[in-house]
Design a protein around this ligand. Structure first.
Ligand code: PEP
Length: 253
C-alpha cells in the first residue's frame, strides 16, 4: 500500500509573517497519526524558519530545488547537505518552471536528483508535457525521456527513495486541470514503464499529480488507482484549501 503524499510548492511567495501563519494553520490541521504524509516547500530563505516551526511535527520540510554539485563555486545554488542541516526531507527537482524559465536540461535535473539521493533527501521528480506536445500525441514520449534521463544516471533502484510528480505543463498555474482519466492514463503509463525494469519498485513508488489541484477537484484525482497524492502550487498557499486537499487524499485510502 502506498501512503498518499500531499506537498505544497509555495514557489516565490511569502513573508516571514505569512509563513508563520500558514505553518501554524497547517501544523494545527495535520495530526501525528495522519494517514497522509504532508510536506511543504517554502522558498530557500524561509527554510530555517520553517525548520524551527515544524520541528517535532509530522509535517515534512522540502526545498524547491537542490544543487547539482556537492559544494563550491556555484553562485546562487544550495546544496543537499545544507538542506539536510535544516531538516529538509524533500527536494523538488525538474519543476517545469525551472525547465522552461531557467533552461534546466534533463541532464541537469538528473544531476540534481542524484545529489538528493546521495544525501538522503527524497527527490520529487517532476515530469510532464506541454500543450503542444500533448496535441502532437507526444505525451508518453516526453515523460519517458524525462524519466529515462534520470534513471540512466541514478539507476532504477533510486526510485525506491524518490517520488515522481506528473505535472502536465498546460495545467500548472492555469486553472486547467487534467481530468482524472487523463491523469490516470499517464500515471499508469509511467508505472508500467518502471515495471518493465522492476515490478516491485513500480508497485511502491508514489506518483503524485500536479497541475491546478484545488479543494474541489482533489478527491476525484486522488481516487484514481495510480495517483498517490498531489504536488500543489497555488492552493497550498491557503491553509483551508490545502488541508481540504490533504483530507481528500485521506478519504481515498
Ligand atoms: C506546481 O507548482 O507544482 C503546481 C502544480 O502549481 P499549481 O497547483 O498552481 O498548478
Amino acid at each position: 500500500m502506498r501512503q498518499p503524499l500531499v506537498v505544497g510548492n509555495w514557489k516565490m511567495n511569502g513573508t516571514r509573517d505569512s509563513v508563520r501563519q500558514l505553518l501554524d494553520a497547517i501544523v494545527a490541521g495535520v495530526s501525528a497519526d495522519s494517514p497522509v504524509a504532508v510536506g511543504v516547500c517554502p522558498p530557500y530563505v524561509f527554510i530555517p524558519q520553517a525548520a524551527q516551526h515544524l520541528s517535532g511535527t509530522p509535517v515534512l520540510l522540502g526545498a524547491q530545488n537542490v544543487a547539482d554539485h556537492e559544494a563550491g563555486a556555484y553562485t546562487g545554488e544550495v546544496s543537499a547537505s545544507m538542506l539536510k542541516e535544516f531538516d529538509c526531507k524533500l527536494a523538488i527537482v525538474g519543476h517545469s518552471e525551472r525547465r522552461s524559465l531557467y533552461g534546466e536540461s534533463d541532464a541537469l535535473v538528473a544531476a540534481r536528483y542524484q545529489q538528493a539521493i546521495d544525501h538522503g533527501l527524497t527527490p520529487l521528480l517532476c515530469i510532464g508535457e506541454t500543450l503542444e506536445q500533448r496535441e502532437a500525441g507526444e505525451t508518453f514520449a516526453v515523460v519517458d525521456s524525462q524519466l529515462d534521463a534520470v534513471l540512466e544516471k541514478a539507476g532504477i533502484q533510486s526510485l525506491s527513495k524518490a517520488v515522481i510528480a506528473y505535472e502536465p505543463v498546460w495545467a500548472i498555474g492555469t486553472g486547467k486541470t487534467a481530468t482524472p482519466q487523463q491523469a490516470q492514463e499517464v500515471h499508469a503509463h509511467i508505472r508500467q514503464r518502471i515495471a518493465a525494469q522492476d515490478a516491485d519498485i513500480a508497485g511502491q513508488v508514489r506518483i503524485l499529480y500536479g497541475g491546478s489541484v484545488n479543494d474541489a477537484n482533489a478527491k476525484s484525482l486522488f481516487g484514481m488507482a495510480d495517483i498517490d497524492g498531489g504536488l500543489i502550487g497555488g492552493a497550498s498557499l491557503k491553509a483551508d484549501a490545502f488541508l481540504t486537499i490533504v483530507q481528500s487524499a485521506a478519504e481515498t485510502i
